[in-house]
Design a protein around this ligand. Structure first.
Ligand code: G6P
Length: 372
């Protein structure tokens, strides 16, 4: 009913709007005033965590994309090698696991069979399993050695939105916690992350208040043949997530690419007017990344692409090459997926409703897939 949807037309819109609160809830009680990360639901000892020499992240769909982002943060902060794998592939290729491997299983529902079977395989091989989950008492956390609940509240729409953002926050917390227990000297950058996470709910409110031009653009893109998404570094998984949302909801051909890989094939897809959504990292910090993607945007524009550029406030370098420009608040690169994903959610939701689809119940999909 309309009441259940809190006055929104779709649960998805309600859940998009809930993201500032959901992120705040994931952070609640987990950061001390001195910047220590407290993960009291994690029942692994600090020694267990110090012994970890390899991390595997297993998940499906949108949760898998949160894991792809986590890899960049975990490796950067902890220097522990981290691999991310779609859960349905994991156990069938005989992965190398032992008791010093930490397997992180990410699942909103906690009931996804592919993820559950991957975690059972990991436990058989004596790996430690840590679940990131939104559903208290569900099967995946019950079978794991430790759990970090995202506390995002119920997610009803099939396409995942607030679960994704809260999974990202949980991954950042775990990365920071691993770095702390392993005694890795906090670089200034890492110490500041805690502060930046605290500021995230306000930044997300700012993003949500500025979405009207995105909705307008979406109505314009509703008749496109395909939409491509490009990104680098953590912007690459954001591109994959943007494309997945559009496939799920709008039934449109959509693909996400690592921007640097375009020239090795996908650039052939670009025709006159092909919309390409470009996720641009902050020019601060890793400036090289930023400059590389600006030249990728120039390349595709020269081949006729209609460039839809998502860039932070004050980034002037992108202006000459952006047919459409979507601004997000300044955010350090590793945390940027929290803000850059939101316009992509709004875009796909609005394209889908313009095309007359039921946004909350896309064809052929289920919220929770309990078969392998
Ligand atoms: C289904 C849903 C996706 C979701 C995936 C993983 O395929 O349609 O939206 O990302 O399952 O779900 P989970 O509950 O494990 O996060």
């Amino acid at each position: 009913s309309a009441a259940e949807k809190g006055g929104y037309d779709y649960f998805m819109l309600k859940e998009i709007a809930e993201q500032p609160q959901a992120v705040a809830d994931t952070l609640l009680g987990r950061l001390t005033e001195t910047g220590e990360i407290v993960l009291d639901e994690v029942r692994l000892t600090d020694q267990d965590l110090r012994d970890v020499d390899k991390v595997f992240i297993v998940a499906c769909g949108t949760a898998y994309h949160s894991g792809l982002v986590a890899k960049y943060a975990i490796e950067h902060w902890t220097r522990i090698p981290c691999e991310v794998e779609t859960a349905s592939e994991f156990r069938y290729r005989d992965p190398v696991l032992d008791r010093s491997t930490l397997v992180i299983a990410i699942s909103q529902s906690g009931e996804t069979m592919d993820t559950l079977m991957a975690l059972r395989h990991a436990k058989e091989q004596k790996a430690r399993v840590l679940a990131i989950c939104n559903t208290n008492g569900s099967t995946i956390p019950r079978e794991s050695d430790a759990v970090l609940y995202t506390h995002g509240g119920p997610e009803v729409a099939v396409a995942s939105t607030k679960a994704f953002l809260t999974q990202l926050v949980a991954c950042y917390l775990i990365g920071l916690h691993l770095a702390q227990v392993r005694g890795i000297k906090y670089a200034d950058e890492v110490g500041a992350v805690v502060q930046q996470l605290q500021e995230m709910p306000d930044k997300l409110r700012t993003v949500l208040e500025s979405m009207e031009p995105v909705r307008k653009l979406a109505r314009d893109l509703a008749s496109a043949q395909q939409v491509l998404f490009i990104g680098r570094h953590v912007g690459y998984p954001v591109a994959l997530e943007g494309a997945l949302k559009l496939k799920e909801l709008a039934y449109m051909h959509a693909e996400g690419f690592a921007a640097g890989e375009l020239k090795h094939g996908p650039i052939a897809l670009i025709d006159q007017g092909t919309p390409v959504v470009c996720i641009v990292p902050s020019p601060a910090g890793r400036g090289v990344l930023h400059d590389k993607i600006v030249s990728n945007i120039q390349e595709i524009r020269a081949r006729g692409a209609r460039t839809i550029v998502i860039a932070e406030e004050g980034d002037d370098a992108v202006v000459p090459y952006a047919d459409e420009l979507i601004r997000v608040p300044r955010t350090p690169t590793l945390l940027a997926p929290l803000v850059t994903t939101v316009p992509l959610q709004v875009l796909s939701c609005e394209i889908a409703s313009s095309r007359g689809h039921d946004v909350d119940q896309p064809r052929n999909l289920a919220k929770s897939v309990t078969v392998e």
